[in-house]
Write a new protein. Structure first.
Length: 472
């Protein structure tokens, strides 16, 4: 007997029971093989057969409700030769369900249609096998049918599935939306799209380079939750298995002097060639327009594509290089500014549809700072030696701006306590309510502890006076 196997298409069947807005999920399985549509959200698996034989099932009604009438299933066998047809119907427990053949033939030929009752909410599995001994043909169709509850509510859920077939192929995750009816278990098919293979090389200045590579299906906005990634070497990367032939590919070179890029890949081997990007300029200034030197600035386009990192000059000017070729990414930029540690200023972040062709002005308002050198950290009255100290917080009413938009500020200053439990080196922080988070290295127990306490600073006789920060 001849046999045939279709190109594999994945189906994951998810038993789902929504109760009061919740979903209880069973195990996720995977079957290879194609399949047609089904009634009530059921799935189909084509078990194969020679090309000349094909079986399809139709359900009447297509969305059966428990306790309402009789379900009829009609098989269409092509070509229209003489076949011996046999059926089976089982419930979710694997028990056989009685059915009535409609217009059965002679012998074991059960005909092209059957009826069976649907008294309760359940998932039935219906199988039909057609065989023609004279033509040496056989085909089988197996399909699942959901029997739903009367008046059941419907809820939509996002589902992510990562298939595994045991072959060692790294299948990518796949996301889709399913509609789930309440009242009982259901079998919901998730048909995976055709898989594609992405491989290639990252090139800069005419040579292959090392880089991080991430591929995500092209969507609006980009869906990076189902991305796959790898590292490219001078010998290239791949193969990566991806779910569609239209991918947004993020390339971040290992060399920070090179510009990260966003590419579109559709098919075949890829050579991702990096160029110098586009210059984005600006300045970081304090009160009165005085430039702040030594600050680092970076852009993040569309929440995913970074620019190079720039350090401001003596006048506060900076220039980063960025790939602005994708308008969807360039249309929203996050600007991140890290001031020099000696300044005592907070870090700034702002996101917006900035005009990247014009200079980006970063403006700090006036802020009073304190040098925390000499502040002691104690525990139960004893000095804490060698603690890693972080001064953290957010300044209220701090009117910093980036490109004219209000910026979010974060205080983050690090230090280490000396043999006296004091911050010995110059550590500048804003003179405002902040917190100290200390990681204590306890030699006796060889463990690490963290504590957080409020730190206030006052000024007396022209000198900064700091209170001890203690952990009780």
């Amino acid at each position: 007997m001849r046999s045939r196997r279709e190109s594999p298409r994945w189906h994951a069947f998810l038993p789902l029971v929504p109760l009061l807005g919740a979903v209880a999920c069973g195990a996720v399985g995977a079957d290879s093989g194609g399949g047609g549509g089904g009634g009530g959200g059921g799935g189909a698996v084509d078990a194969g057969g020679p090309p000349e034989c094909n079986a399809l099932l139709a359900f009447e009604p297509p969305l059966p409700v428990a306790g309402v009438g009789i379900e009829r299933v009609v098989a269409t066998i092509s070509p229209t030769n003489a076949y011996v047809v046999q059926w089976s119907v089982t419930n979710s427990s694997g028990s056989a369900v009685a059915f009535t053949p409609i217009q059965p033939g002679t012998g074991n030929n059960e005909g092209l249609a059957i009826d069976f009752p649907t008294p309760v909410v359940d998932t039935y599995t219906i199988a039909v096998e057609a065989q023609s001994d004279s033509l040496d043909e056989q085909c089988t169709q197996i399909q699942q049918l959901n029997i739903t509850a009367s008046g059941a509510n419907t809820a939509a859920y996002n589902v992510r599935v990562t298939p595994y077939d045991g072959s060692g192929v790294a299948w990518p995750p796949y996301e889709t939306t399913i509609d789930v009816l309440g009242g009982g278990n259901q079998s919901i098919p998730i048909a995976f799209p055709t898989m594609h293979v992405l491989s290639g090389t990252v090139i800069a200045n005419g040579s292959a380079i090392a880089a991080y590579v991430r591929a995500a299906p092209q969507t609006t906005p980009p869906n990076t939750t189902v991305a796959v990634d790898t590292y490219s070497t001078v010998n290239g990367f791949g193969p990566l298995t991806v779910t569609t032939a239209a991918q947004d590919v993020l390339v971040v070179p290992a060399n920070p002097a090179l510009v990260p890029h966003d590419f579109t890949w559709t098919t075949g081997p890829a050579n991702f060639v990096l160029d110098g990007g586009t210059a984005v300029t600006g300045s970081v200034v304090g009160p009165g327009g005085t430039g702040i030197a030594g600050a680092t600035v970076q852009l993040m386009l569309g929440g995913e594509l970074p620019s190079t990192v720039a350090t401001t000059a003596a006048n506060g000017a900076f220039t980063v290089q960025a790939d602005l070729t994708n308008p969807m990414l360039a249309g929203s930029a996050t600007v991140q500014v890290v001031p020099p540690a000696s300044s005592g200023l907070p870090r700034l972040v702002a996101t917006g549809a900035f005009a990247l062709g014009s200079p980006i002005a970063v403006a700090y308002p006036a802020v009073t700072t304190r040098n925390l050198s000499g502040v002691k950290l104690t525990q139960n009255g004893s000095a804490v030696v060698g603690a890693q100290v972080a001064v953290v917080g957010t300044l209220s009413g701090f009117a910093a701006t980036i490109a004219g938009s209000a910026a979010t500020n974060t205080v983050l200053v690090g230090a280490t306590t000396n043999a006296s439990g004091a911050i010995a080196t110059s550590t500048v922080a804003p003179a405002a309510p902040v917190f100290v988070v200390a990681t204590l290295a306890t030699a006796r127990s060889a463990t690490t502890r963290s504590t957080c306490c409020a730190l206030t600073t006052t000024r007396r006789s022209g000198r900064a006076r700091s209170s001890a920060c203690s952990r009780r």
